[in-house]
Design a protein around this ligand. Sequence first.
Ligand SMILES: Cc1cc2nc3c(=O)[nH]c(=O)nc-3n(C[C@H](O)[C@H](O)[C@H](O)COP(=O)(O)OP(=O)(O)OC[C@H]3O[C@@H](n4cnc5c(N)ncnc54)[C@H](O)[C@@H]3O)c2cc1C
Length: 562
Amino acid sequence: MKHYDVIIPGGGLAGLTLSIQLKLAKPDIKILVLERRKTVAATAAHKVGESTVELGSYYLREVVGIKDYLEKHELPKYGLRFFFKNNTKEDIASRVELGPRKWLYTPSHQLDRGTLENYLVQRTTELGTEVLLDSSVTEVEFEKDKNTVHYKSKGENFSATCRWVADATGRGSLLKRKFGFAKPMEHHANAVWWRLKGVIDITDWSDNEAWKNYPEVKLRYLSTVHFLDKGYWVWVIPLVSKNTSIGIVADPAVHPFDTFDTYEKSLEWLKVNEPLCYKMLEPETPNKMDFKILKHYAHDSGRAYDGAQRWGCVGEAAAFLDPFYSPGTDFIAMGNTWLSDLILRELNGEDVQFRAEIYEKTYLTLVESWIPIYQDKYLLMGNAQTMSSKILWDWAIYWAVPAVLFTNKAFTDLQMLKKLFSTPDSLGQKFRMLHNQMQQLFSDWGPHDNEIFSNKFVDPVDLKYMLEFQTAINQQHGDKLLEQIAKNMSILERAAAELFRRVSHEVKGTPLDMKVDPYTMRLDAENKMPPPEPDDAKCAPRDEAIIRDIDALWFYGEKQPA
Ligand SMILES: Cc1cc2nc3c(=O)[nH]c(=O)nc-3n(C[C@H](O)[C@H](O)[C@H](O)COP(=O)(O)OP(=O)(O)OC[C@H]3O[C@@H](n4cnc5c(N)ncnc54)[C@H](O)[C@@H]3O)c2cc1C
């Protein structure tokens, strides 16, 4: 029986990048990747997971080391772009638009998953990994000194032993099923998607020259475009193969799945909800390359790593929450980095049981604290002001804390994790509390935000603190990292308090300069009594620059165009 250091069931994005990450760190490590797919991956019509954001892009470019490939063979991405509902959805130029006007400082990419996975197989093979296609793992046995993986390859049964098993089987969730550590997930949404042959540039969807030329050329085409209204969003993503990915994602409480779970029904659904998309996409039907559906895609996990039995789950084999902000590759980046660190240390003779527990706890906490970003938030997608404020907030926290921690290698630094999370007033705990406060604020505010806006444009980096966070993602802070996170947290506290003042003023008429403790603030919209005054020491000070930043995202108080 052949023996390996690591066997990776599942050769998708998570498994293949993990194998490269390990090989780059330890070239003589023996790795076997077993992938169920029988042949090379199809161009365009392969998988979802086509849009990347900053953390995941950094991982692919700098850690997996495929920056050159991405720059030559995949598309650059011009950020996420959102179009909100108005009364004339047929006129894209008049919809509230949120997205960058120029290139963002930190790069990201649109991925053709078939092209990419074929390249990753080639790259890891060059580095010495054995990759077997048409090979399905059927069982894994764990013993004290070695683990055994049984698999069927090209119709025949085989077994191999290894020290570590890295489950990267995606929704196959090999180990989660074996050990039964799936956790209930309260966030529910459904998705369908299809790929169309040919380029679709939404800039061509309007004749309004001023609108067409507003951002830089190709900017809208190269963005991940989202069209939103209550309970749903629709994506349009360009692929390097000159094809286009389209998807509908919706909360069943507003849009039951059986209203769009076939291609024909999806078109009918678009006709009602996104008439311009329907008009532009329906004639492309002969160019349809595939159509896929996924019910209740969000799933959670109670485990991630085991240092004693020497296994880990990465990518979708662990948890997956929601594609709204394209975070799948981010979770692959963090999960792979934790697991490769455990594997490399253990192969080097270190006892990693304690470390594995800390990494698992950090991962599970991160997933849990990210759930409120999505749960019940599809109900807010028809509110342009609430939702654009939320999107900017969600971006801000992501750029200011997890993205910087990842690029600064803090997630595998036990001392740093201890400083960040060990006491109730540590920065990591405050981050969680502030984030929960804000998600509650958005939920409380949504029902009171009923105005429909048109002809507005918000660029995230019009907010100076957002620009500051974006440009700092890739900076190395060395022993000043904690100071940097503290500085970012202080900005976030002031921004949270200022947005709260604005919302409370609009909803309840409270003074714009009221005192706010961002950790206890509550909108409590039905209660017309003035809120109790918080302790001065706990209030976030007002800050002229942040007041101007909130002005940049605030639509209320301005005249609607005729
Ligand atoms: C609707 C939707 C949209 C999304 N959009 C984005 C996005 O824009 N950006 C983003 O970053 N993420 C996105 N994601 C998430 C993204 O798809 C995943 O993060 C990513 O594909 C997970 O990669 P993976 O390698 O874990 O799983 P996969 O890519 O699914 O790979 C798992 C592999 O394991 C193989 N396999 C399964 N069982 C076995 C077995 N028993 N033996 C051997 N092989 C096996 C499968 O053939 C497969 O190739 C989206 C998810 C959904 C549901």
